[in-house]
Design a protein around this ligand. Structure first.
Ligand SMILES: *Cc1c(COP(=O)(O)O)cnc(C)c1O
Length: 420
């Protein structure tokens, strides 16, 4: 067994990290932070130092690390079987999870769950379903997706083609289906009747655009968009990969405006942040548009090897159990208020439930990264989006931990003269 310092050297020799400039990472003076353990909101590194998980391990963790209920559920499932194919077979954890998920949405409109294994593929499934639906149900001219400026819907080519952040689009843009990008709801109305007639679906991150730097949509926008889509008979796809599972203060962001979409895409917090699992929830109307005999070619020929993994579904069921057992949603208002009160005077402060952000007002765009690095020394882990710094703790965070997170952030800001 190599020692921990030897391991970080091996990392620098053999690994390639996502969204990471690898030259400074591999520089001899850089020691990668190697995380060895976690409990609740606390993570421990190779030197035994402890940190608060200020961005919930890239927006995934809900109830804290090594939660006994989720750990026990995964271990129990492991004793039965870890993974079996979902292509042509089924299993109890997925069946129970599908039922619980559709029951979380009011009104009975959402009835079907299609499992994949990450947020990008949850989006791709929705996009492909929307396009194929219109193609084989009498409206083949509906071949266009509408997305919003600065949107982020994932990194696979299909999901990235909906993105409105040039940096994340990679080397190409035209991946095989038509996308119109608009700045606002109002811009939809200025589309020509011909353009409107070509729309298969509108996709949006409800209430707040995450990767854009935590940009809030105006209140009521989602409701108005839902009405617009209904009027045009266009599908509404909600990307709740980030906002799902309590993050905004309610189970799903769409509940804030009383909207139930045609497609609801969920991933990050679905398993409490423990295992890769994602789901595209949809309606009976969409589902029925794919029914037919095999020779009619109406089947949805799409899926991934680890779709609906038994372990992932067991973790997700346990996470929903923790929501009930620990009355997680009921305890959020106090935490949300506390987080906001402690950060309200920071420059560019904004908040959406348990997502709080501030933006350092400086032309030096490396300041955000420097401040996050400095925050580590004060026991806080988070990741900048340019000069925007996000605090988005696991929902189980205590008031005291919120206090320590904000104190660490302030200390780091002061060290860099980024806070007057
Ligand atoms: C993270 C994220 C995705 C992509 O999810 P992955 O699991 O990383 O593929 C899509 N949409 C939003 C809003 C996200 O935050």
């Amino acid at each position: 067994m190599p020692s921990l310092p030897a391991l970080t050297a091996l990392d620098q020799q053999h690994l390639w990290h996502p969204f990471t400039p690898m030259r400074p990472w591999c520089a001899p003076e850089h020691t990668p932070l190697l995380l060895v353990a976690g409990q609740g909101c606390t993570l421990r590194d190779q030197f035994g130092r402890e940190y608060l998980d200020g961005n919930a391990s890239i927006w995934t963790n809900v109830h804290g690390h090594t939660h006994p209920t989720i750990n026990a559920a995964i271990i129990a499932q492991l004793g039965k079987v870890a993974h079996t194919s979902f292509l042509g077979f089924t299993h109890e954890p997925a069946i129970r999870l599908a039922k619980e998920l559709v029951e979380l949405l009011p009104g009975g409109k959402i009835t079907r769950a299609f499992f994949t294994d990450n947020g990008s593929t949850a989006i791709e499934s929705a996009v492909r379903m929307a396009l194929q639906y219109w193609k084989q149900n009498g409206r083949p001219e509906r071949d266009t997706l509408v997305a919003f400026d600065r949107a982020y819907h994932g990194d696979t080519l299909g999901a990235a083609s909906l993105g409105g952040i040039p940096l994340f689009k990679g080397s190409g843009n035209d991946f095989g289906y038509r996308v119109i990008t608009v700045p606002s709801l109002e811009a939809l109305d200025s589309l020509t009747a011909n353009e409107r007639g070509r729309i298969a679906a509108v996709v949006i991150e409800p209430l707040i655009q995450g990767a854009a730097g935590m940009r809030l949509w105006p209140q009521g926008m989602l409701k108005a968009l839902d009405a617009w889509c209904a009027e045009q008979d266009v599908f509404l796809i909600l990307d709740e990969v980030m906002t799902g599972f309590g993050r905004t203060g309610k189970m799903f962001a769409c509940e804030h405006e009383g909207v139930v979409p045609d497609f609801l895409c969920l991933a990050k917090g679905l398993t409490g942040g423990y295992l890769p699992l994602a789901v595209t929830l949809t309606t009976e109307r969409v589902f029925e548009g794919f029914l037919g005999e095999p020779h009619e070619g109406r089947t949805f020929f799409y899926g991934h090897s680890y779709a609906g993994s038994q372990l992932g579904c067991a973790a997700a069921l346990a996470s929903l159990q923790v929501f009930r057992d620990e009355r997680v949603l009921e305890q959020l208002p106090g935490k949300i208020t506390h987080l906001g009160a402690l950060m309200a005077d920071l420059p560019g402060f904004r908040q959406c439930g348990m997502i709080a952000a501030m933006t350092i007002d400086s032309p030096d765009l490396s300041l955000g990264a420097q401040v996050c690095l400095a925050a580590r020394k004060h026991g806080l882990l988070t990741r900048p989006i340019g000069n925007t710094i996000v605090l988005m703790p696991p929902l189980c965070v205590t008031q005291e931990e919120i206090g320590r997170m904000v104190a660490a952030l302030r200390a780091a800001l002061e060290e860099h003269g980024a806070y007057a």
